[in-house]
Design a protein around this ligand. Structure first.
Ligand code: G
Ligand code: G
Ligand code: MN
Ligand code: NA
Length: 250
């Protein structure tokens, strides 16, 4: 349990950092939102990606505390961005089991002064599998706060369509496994087009993740995606690099 002890100390000693990746408006090609992506600057092992430590944090329950740190730091960072730029934060299914989630989010908004309309909560369908009634109640409370809800990694799990009907999503993020074949496979183009058209009918925004080439971006424009995220625009960058990134992109 070395990692476990390490992680608790890391949180206390400030070894976690947030990187941000822009999500672009397809029509204007300007930054719409920054997604916060957690990193651990480990004293011996260097910069660690979340896949390496979030599962452990979930297992030991530290994710609730770590998630609160992420949310508060991200909201505080976002108050320094132009007011038109939104903030997206990832939430783990384990955080949805905490009875304090809604109060935690309301408290972070209140203490940092970030307008609720600028915050977007990203969840995967794993959140929805557990206890549908309880999850729906939480999502409705969050909507009442004025926060938006996005379904992350859309298309990779199962039963996604019934979730779109049952839960109040504002946004759907199409998993990058669909985007990477765009422009090369007629199948991917057809899938993206169909998801974009469906979401349009549901009044949900559609984001394509993992956009790496201009060809993919043009295909997204053609197929009616409203937002795009990926290395074509920028990799995730440290918070202090955002002013320069905004200048370069906008
Ligand atoms: O940053 P990267 O692309 O390596 O992220 C990998 C995964 O880690 C993604 O699925 C992302 O949703 C998840 N992730 C990144 N930051 C956070 C966070 O702050 N909280 C949670 N729960 N997941 C995160
Ligand atoms: O699951 P989620 O979408 O929250 O995680 C985002 C992850 O996707 C991050 O780890 C980020 O580094 C990665 N990512 C973002 N854009 C691209 C891209 O264009 N290509 C690839 N391969 N990965 C990307
Ligand atoms: Mn995400
Ligand atoms: Na994703």
């Amino acid at each position: 349990r070395l990692l476990e002890l390490d992680m608790r100390r890391a949180l206390a000693e400030g070894q976690f950092e947030l990187f941000y990746q822009p999500i672009m408006d397809v029509e204007t090609r300007r930054v719409k939102t920054f997604e916060a992506l957690l990193r651990w600057r480990h004293p011996e092992r260097g910069l660690l990606a979340p896949d390496l430590f979030i599962p452990v944090a979930e297992e030991i329950g530290l994710i609730v505390e770590l998630g609160e740190w992420v949310l508060r730091r991200a909201c505080a960072d976002a108050t320094r961005w132009p007011p038109g730029v939104g903030l997206a934060v990832n939430f783990s299914p384990v955080q949805f089991q905490s009875r304090h989630l809604v109060a935690q989010i309301a408290g972070a908004l209140c203490d940092t002064g970030l307008s609720p309309g600028r915050l977007e909560i990203e969840i995967t369908e794993n959140v929805l599998i557990k206890d549908k009634e309880a999850t729906l109640a939480i999502l409705q409370s969050l909507k009442a706060l004025g926060v938006r809800i996005a379904m992350d990694d859309f298309g990779t799990g199962y039963s996604s369509l019934s979730y779109l009907q049952a839960f109040p999503f504002d946004k759907v993020k199409i998993d990058r496994s669909f985007t990477c074949e765009l422009d090369q496979s007629r199948k991917s183009n057809a899938i993206i087009k169909a998801v974009a058209s469906m979401c349009d009918g549901l009044d949900m925004t559609v984001v394509a993740e993992g956009v790496e080439t201009e060809g993919q971006f043009e295909a997204l424009q053609r197929e009616g995606c409203s937002e795009a995220q990926g290395f074509l625009f920028s990799r995730p960058v440290a918070a202090d690099a955002l002013p320069a990134l905004l200048c370069a992109l906008n």
